[in-house]
Design a protein. Sequence first.
Length: 166
Amino acid sequence: MPLYIGDYLADTRHLTTIQHGAYLLLIMHYWQRGELPADHESLKRIAGLHGVDGQNQWRSICKAIAPFFDENWRHKRIDAELKKSREISEKRAMSGRKGGLLNRGKNNNGRFVTQAIAKQRDGQSQSHIESSSASSVPVAKPAMATKTEASPSLVSSLKSKGWVSS
């Protein structure tokens, strides 16, 4: 959970130490669960206020921290940070999936086949990597323009790995 100290202190300077503690426990719970319960008994327990003394303290604490939330105990700043965090997580997951597909050869069959053929020729010609204008994935192309056939054992090996189709 990001905590912007300057913003927090600017908004909460008027709170007592106990009110700070209760507020922080509530927003931490909010961050982990995406919401707070609506009933005061649950909120009191989350804030660490127990027993008769806790009930008395909750009344004053609630008055002090309620303005940070709407009537349904929603918090605009935390909602915005949760949304931002989910978006970042989704982007990273998508990038990871793309990277995983590349590493398994799912999106670049031509590169593996061409590199394998070039290795099979064992120095008959060099291959080089060029960036395709249609894709940001590097594609290896043989340096010579003649068509080269792969050996049956190489084709079989590539097929077994799923790098080429029949």
